[in-house]
Write a protein that binds this ligand. Sequence first.
Ligand code: FMN
Length: 450
Amino acid sequence: MKLLAFIMQTGGHIAGWRHPLATDSALCNVDYFVSCAKTAERGKFDAVFFADSLGYPGSRSAETFEGQETPKLDPLPLLSAVAPVTQRVGLIGTTSTTYNEPYPTARRFATLDHISRGRAGWNIVTSTMENEAHNHGFERHMGHAKRYQRAAEFVDAARKLWDSWQPGALLADQDSGRYADASRISAVNHSGEHFRIAGPLNLPRSPQGHPVLVQAGASADGKAFAARYAEVVFTSHPAIDSAIGLRREMHERAAAFGRVKGAIKVLPAITPYIGRTREEAQAFKQELDELIPLPIALEKLETLLGGFDLSDHDLEGPLPALPPEHLEMQSSTRDRVLEAAGQADATVRKLAYQVAGGRTSSAAIGTAEDVADMLSEWYEAGAADGFIISPPVLAYGLETFVDQVVPILQARGLFRKDYEGETLRDHLGLAVPENRYEKDPQLRIKPEIW
Ligand SMILES: Cc1cc2nc3c(=O)[nH]c(=O)nc-3n(C[C@H](O)[C@H](O)[C@H](O)COP(=O)(O)O)c2cc1C
């Protein structure tokens, strides 16, 4: 079983920052993030994973803005600070392909892979919040399909750059005076709809060949992208059946691209609410949900429904039918909420709290044994290759998971007792990618720089 720790601000619950157990609500202190990474490493987690976005989540009023934690340190410098004080745990950071360029992005991740000695991973996102568009000179994002087309070309270009130095290209031979072997360095000469890049990268190939590629798209375009490029896929499911179906689908789709079995790991996100008893765990979740102000819960639901204004609707009544313009954008998360809205006892208030209290994962509520049972059941039923653990309140929730749930999974023989390898690829059982220019020297292009 693979385990990743999702470090999103003060935790996987939107009101986690208000809970007395939250460690550091200011979110600008590197010690907090280092301590979370060290806890994950103590628990032998495959990796920590830092989420990101390039702006603020939409807020309709100062009141709802004021009620939400907002700081986000840039994950790459942050992971670079975590790298030298940890030894084994993988370091996954989020970067958008919609508002960045392949060359500096490929370089940043190669840098992280070098300085962490092979522990880097890239969570590839296409950006969803309107404010991210406004911060980059646009009224709105380019269309969903176009964002994924750009993402595909972006990753193609980045992979060429990561291949541009073959293994053995770096000589640093003081006696002969040859620093590099020019015959092992290639230009990339990428020319596509979105990017033109000469290359080569100004860095030797990194320990993992390239960072582990991670992705969480759940739409049809997102899944097609993941099947082709992703090595780890994050998913989010309300129930085991859909998780089994999606994992099977992802494996089939990846095989259709000629990828070998096991080349793609599917990890559903789970938020564990752990108590000494089930009642205590339920009470913990309830306590957190009660800390969400109603206007924020409603706003989260409205945003998910494409800005649908619910202010005139009865909170205790069913969700009204959505006008077609609110359904134009593909969104798997929205479709799930609409499914939940179809149930007999669904009310606008309940849906709002469900959306706001859930963030990006499913809840596992109970004792440590209950949580371990749920993970074991999903894993053994083929619903998951492992999990993204998104504790509701950090660092407390991660410590509890590591101290109480991990030993049960280890005792059941489902999770490692110690690291066996050095790199994130080792932990995940993923091969180092082939270097295209080494595999086929005919592809090599002489760089224009000499
Ligand atoms: C566990 C998990 C973590 C995610 N982390 C981020 C993130 O850090 N930044 C981001 O912009 N989107 C993040 N997302 C959202 C996805 O990138 C994606 O936009 C979403 O799953 C919808 O997929 P779609 O665009 O294919 O519909 C995350 C999703 C999941 C399930």
